[in-house]
Design a protein around this ligand. Structure first.
Ligand SMILES: *Cc1c(COP(=O)(O)O)cnc(C)c1O
Length: 232
């Protein structure tokens, strides 16, 4: 086995243990292997894992990788900041967009998706920590944003995503993950038309186990699988 395949097996085992520890079904937590900046040859070293989900954060880079590796055995998610002039490339390329945080962007995705007769599943990125430098809608504005998306038939809102401030101690992220889950529960009880809140995308290499304990359905893990990224 390659080192990357080994790392992948270890991450999956840790995910399973974290789910069990918190009394959750391990199958309810899925992995986005974050392949941003990782060259195609190294991605392929992970092996042909059927149903593998990869996360990318740049459209051009993702297009090249998707062209090379395909969408048969691999699935692709977009996890980064999405520029509005790149939205036209989105429909049909990604199965889930994790990072929608304003209505203009949502409307663009809706419009371009309809042009291709597609509905694009999205998550709403929430800035739960209130950190000024972070993308994401403020928790207090979330309900209003969701209400604005009700009529957009070209997108399908499936849940929420967050990136807490980096802290070497994963326990420091716990309250942010718990806050996202509580927000999700509240939005679920408001029961907004056409919007489901089943998915919680939270947790990265440093803190994915804590995120799983707090209810993550998607963890986004790069470094723990592919090693440290070169600074870009
Ligand atoms: C890079 C990135 C990740 C993965 O981070 P690691 O610490 O390498 O696991 C997860 N989510 C987003 C949005 C990212 O940009």
């Amino acid at each position: 086995m390659s080192l990357i395949a080994d790392n992948l097996a270890i991450v999956k085992e840790r995910m399973t243990q974290a789910a069990r520890k918190s009394g959750r079904d391990p199958n309810a937590v899925r992995l986005v292997a974050v392949t941003k900046t990782v060259p195609i040859e190294r991605i392929a070293e992970a092996g042909e894992v059927d149903g593998f989900v990869f996360g990318e954060n740049k459209i051009q880079e993702a297009q090249d990788k998707i062209a090379a590796l395909g969408t048969e055995s691999y699935h692709w998610h977009f996890i980064g900041h999405l520029q509005r002039n790149k939205v036209k490339y989105i429909p049909g390329l990604f199965e889930l967009i994790h990072s929608v945080d304003n209505s203009e962007l949502a409307e663009d995705i809706h419009r371009h998706s309809l042009k291709h007769d597609l509905v694009t599943p999205v998550l709403i990125q929430v800035n739960v920590s209130g950190e000024a430098s972070k993308s994401g809608v403020a928790p207090s504005d979330l309900e209003e944003l969701l209400e604005m998306l009700v009529s957009l038939s070209g997108i399908s809102v499936r849940g929420l995503m967050t990136i807490p401030p980096f802290d070497p101690d994963p326990e420091k992220s716990r309250r942010h993950f718990a806050a996202l889950r509580k927000l999700r529960d509240r939005m679920q009880s408001v029961n907004i038309e056409n919007i489901t809140m089943d998915e919680l995308s939270m947790g990265m290499s440093n803190d994915f186990e804590v995120a799983i304990e707090e209810g993550a359905t998607w963890v986004r893990v790069g470094t723990a699988i592919f090693g440290a990224r070169d600074a870009h």
